[in-house]
Ligand binder design. Structure first.
Ligand code: LLP
Length: 415
């Protein structure tokens, strides 16, 4: 078990007690389990083993170099959305020929860099972007490999901020306009049709929208095929949900089987771009209770982590479990809002949690491996937390805690 409560009542990450990690590295502290990350990646790889496939980890979920390096060693590809992410994949020593480049607003400079690094393909999201890519490729005397991101107009039934496959979303090209886009690629000597992609949303718990989206993509593929345009890979995006509370995550083998049934005997490589489901439940955020504050209406636990460290609750009303690291020492459970030191009422990590806690004790915010550290900021001039990976009985600091000096190192005074 990557995360478990041992007989002494203390929460462990692999073989290390959370209190040991906190005293060694301080809090707030992000802790990831190597085992959990690797197992989650392998689950995708093995579910897809019946076909040529590539698991391209979406590093927007957690882009720590050590995480990328571990996945790269397993053979992972990567889904990037900026040259910053491309530079991370490179710095982590991973294979750039397994990189797919998503995102609606790639700049010509970003395109040029990615082209010269020899990425696997550009997931293009508009005709205007296609024109820009053609210009960049022609200026470099190169041929850009292209996949068109299709907006299949399916409802993934997820939070409106993280739903991406409906026609009112800004993502992708509708199935009708896509035909013209593919013709344009086929007719341009500096562009090459390689694939077709979609990504319909995040934290999905149902297979049906994936099936619907794939059917729509295949219909388009088949009609392009009749026009002599061959799609070599189909990229189904990411989005597989995880259990934060009581969600029933998608069983990957059933999901792969469902995709397989729709694909039939088509000869095509399958790409997936999972982010959250690889790292989400492979990490937690350790935080120390600074003060308890009780009033007639409310109990507050003021902790040393804040919305700048973990913004999901404030931004999406996301729910992440918050548990004491040691089995309850205080006797009585009270209803707490777990809040940080930032001067905003939105600065909470959890609301209405029944907890028996005391000042100075450690809490763990669970499911904090994805979209947590990467979305952190320096708001209120708070240095960003450190990140640690536990590997069995060893722990490695993979990002040191930011210092106060680093906060304003790039700033200067007027003469
Ligand atoms: N591919 C594309 C093109 C994407 O836009 C995304 C996520 C992924 C793959 C990976 O999706 P995943 O497997 O992680 O669901 N910050 C939000 C989630 C935003 C997801 C954005 N796109 C959150 O904290 O819930």
């Amino acid at each position: 078990m990557s995360f478990s409560r041992r007989p002494d009542g203390e929460l462990h990450v692999e073989d290390i007690a959370c209190s040991e990690l906190a005293s060694r590295y301080g809090t707030p502290l992000y802790v990831y389990s190597r085992d959990a990350i690797e197992n989650a990646w392998r689950a995708f790889d093995s579910a897809l083993s019946g076909r040529p496939h590539l698991v391209c980890y979406a590093l927007k979920a957690n882009s720590n170099l050590a995480v990328l390096n571990l996945l790269g060693r397993l053979g992972s590809g990567f889904d990037i959305v900026s040259v910053g992410e491309l530079a991370r994949v490179k710095a982590a020593g991973c294979d750039l020929s397994k990189v797919v480049f998503s995102g609606v607003g790639k700049s010509p400079d970003e395109m040029a860099t990615a082209l010269s690094e020899g990425i696997k393909c550009f997931n293009v999201e508009s005709v205007a972007e296609l024109d820009a890519l053609a210009e960049v490729a022609s200026a470099h005397g190169a041929v850009a490999p292209v996949s068109v991101r299709i907006n299949p107009d399916v409802d993934a039934g997820t939070h409106p901020y993280i739903s991406t496959g409906l026609k009112e979303n800004k993502f992708g090209i509708d199935t009708v306009s896509a035909v013209g886009a593919y013709r344009k690629i086929a007719d341009n000597a500096h562009l090459e049709v390689t694939g077709m992609d979609c990504h319909i949303g995040s934290q999905l718990t149902d297979i049906a929208p994936y099936r619907d989206a794939l059917k729509r993509l295949l219909k388009l593929c088949d009609s392009l095929h009749e026009q002599g345009i061959k799609i070599k890979h189909l990229d189904l995006g990411g989005g597989q949900g995880i259990r934060y509370k009581d969600e029933q995550p998608i069983d990957l083998n059933s999901w792969a089987q469902a995709m397989d049934e729709v694909l039939g005997d088509r000869d095509v490589e399958i790409i997936v771009e999972p982010g959250r489901s690889i790292v989400g439940n492979a990490g937690l955020l350790l935080t120390t209770v600074r003060y308890l504050k009780h009033s007639d209406d409310k109990n507050f636990a003021i902790v040393d982590a804040a919305m700048n460290d973990l913004i999901r609750p404030a931004l999406y009303s996301a729910w992440q479990d918050i548990v004491p690291v040691k089995e309850a020492s205080a006797s009585k459970k009270l209803n707490y809002d777990i809040v940080g030191p930032v001067c905003e009422s939105a600065d909470f990590l959890g609301k209405d949690r029944q907890l028996a806690i005391e000042q100075d004790e450690l809490l763990a915010v669970m499911s904090s491996g994805a979209y947590c550290f990467v979305m952190s900021s320096n708001y209120n001039s708070r240095p960003r937390a450190a990140e640690v990976i536990v590997d069995g009985g060893d722990s490695h600091i993979v990002r040191k805690r930011e210092t106060i000096e680093e906060l304003f190192a790039g700033e200067s005074l007027l003469p």
